[in-house]
Design a protein around this ligand. Structure first.
Ligand SMILES: [Zn+2]
Length: 451
């Protein structure tokens, strides 16, 4: 398969620019001399591990410090907070000035093994508008330069704030810039939502998605894809609610979804466990199940489970008595225990949900190393990739944060080659799929494959 990969043009459609920085790049970045913002890393580390990191002499290259840095950066354990803490190590020694962005683009693009890559970048926001614009311009012009140096294709994806009001402001800035700056119009091809998903339901982005999709139709030359990280980390809710968030993102019109693990993960892994979520989340879930009851019931039937109409109605009534106001519903938590019956329900619900994504042609970006580490999956069998493929979902393989994860797109493909259930044609199918799933194609800006 390794030789066969050579024949394919490789597309990396889910990769974060600064997450591509390897440990040597991190040393280079630190040396550039940006004002250090250690508090960002310290706070994030404390949140993940409950203690302070030791930053004394962290970059001095002595043996003990080098190991410590490596541990903080690459050897993080499972879970999103630990990953975030590693990423925040980059943030704490970076200022994302236009000059820095240019250098980082050169470093990253020079080590890129894919032939085409869409790099995502989240700039801190709010910022003075001019400063924000300069960063975006530098991002796009640096990728334009790097394309010429490395004879590959690179595109910019701007990661927006999960806060909807800020996202609207950022989008307006982007639209103006695309009118004025040729390189931004040419290289910026998509918008992404990343970072902590907990507390940021996709339903709050309904108007935003609509606006972007409408504008895409009105002016296809400046169309932007909507990329959405969801269903990767769902510590604050039930499996069912997490699956709903993925389906909602797809229904709202996200072109590609990052990870969506909850959609296909084997729910029997959760048997005997208890998860907590707010009363509000549970009520939203019940309402959602009711509004799609016919479709869901059909898939439950296949699992030998009936749609629990009566029980759901009673549960909703009880919850509304227990927490009558919106404020109480958001504050009060309920526990959901995963009995064999509930597991069977989740299985049927997932099968319905996967069909919804298939019908909407929403592409799932699967990032094997990232998924195994951040979601803490124990083995290839725990990963939903095969189930996604069996259900006919369009899936692409991507590298996510190859610097922190010490990986690359080629390595990711080599990893899944060893996954026992995947065939060579499964893998080549996903590589081909990625060539049809670039932001420009999915947003309607281009109609043909690029390479
Ligand atoms: Zn990502």
């Amino acid at each position: 398969m390794q030789e066969e990969n050579q024949r394919f043009v490789l597309y990396d459609l889910h990769t974060h620019l600064y997450g591509c920085l390897g440990i040597e790049d991190l040393y280079r970045l630190e040396k550039r001399g940006a004002t250090k913002r250690w508090n960002i890393f310290i706070n994030s580390y404390q949140l993940a591990y409950g203690e302070k990191p030791n930053i004394k002499g962290l970059f001095n290259r002595e043996k003990e410090a080098s190991q410590r840095l490596k541990n903080y950066y690459c050897n993080f354990p499972k879970g999103f907070p630990a990953f975030q803490s590693s990423f925040d190590l980059i943030v704490s020694v970076s200022d994302t000035s236009p000059d820095e962005i240019q250098e980082v683009c050169q470093w990253v693009c020079s080590s890129e093994d894919a032939d085409y890559a869409e790099y995502r970048m989240l700039f801190p926001y709010p910022l003075p508008q001019k400063e924000y614009e300069n960063k975006i311009c530098s991002f796009c012009s640096s990728l334009s330069k790097a394309e010429k140096s490395f004879r590959k294709q690179f595109r910019a994806i701007l990661s927006l704030s999960r806060d909807t009001a800020h996202a609207f402001e950022q989008y307006r800035i982007v639209q103006r810039l695309m009118e004025q700056e040729r390189e931004v119009a040419a290289y910026l091809t998509g918008l992404d939502f990343c970072g902590q998903e907990e507390g940021n339901p996709p339903s709050l982005k309904k108007d935003f998605f609509q606006k972007v999709l409408q504008n895409n139709i009105q002016d296809p030359k400046k169309a932007l894809s909507i990329l959405y990280h969801v269903g990767e980390s769902f510590s604050d809710k039930s499996l069912e609610s997490s699956i709903r968030w993925v389906v909602e993102s797809s229904h709202l019109g996200a072109h590609r979804i990052g990870h969506a693990l909850c959609l296909g993960i084997d729910p029997s892994q959760y048997e005997g466990t208890t998860r907590n979520e707010s009363v509000r989340e549970r009520l939203d879930q019940i309402e959602f199940e009711f509004s799609h009851s016919e479709g869901i019931a059909e898939f439950l039937d296949k699992e030998g489970v009936r749609f629990p109409k009566q029980e759901l109605r009673q549960e909703a009534e009880k919850l509304c008595i227990q927490a009558p106001s919106q404020a109480e519903q958001s504050l009060q938590k309920i526990s959901i225990h995963y009995t064999p019956e509930r597991i069977a329900f989740v299985k049927g619900f997932q099968n319905w949900a996967m069909t919804e994504l298939r019908l909407k042609k929403t592409v799932i970006e699967c990032c094997p190393s990232s998924n195994m580490r951040i979601a803490g999956l124990k083995s290839a069998q725990d990963h939903p990739l095969k189930r996604f493929l069996d259900n006919g979902l369009p899936v692409v393989i991507a590298s996510d944060d190859r610097g922190l994860l010490e990986s690359s797109l080629t390595k990711e493909l080599e990893i899944i080659e060893k996954w026992p259930e995947l065939s060579t044609s499964d893998i080549s199918g996903m590589i081909t799929r990625s060539s049809h799933s670039t932001s420009e194609i999915l947003s309607g800006r281009k109609t043909k494959t690029i390479a």
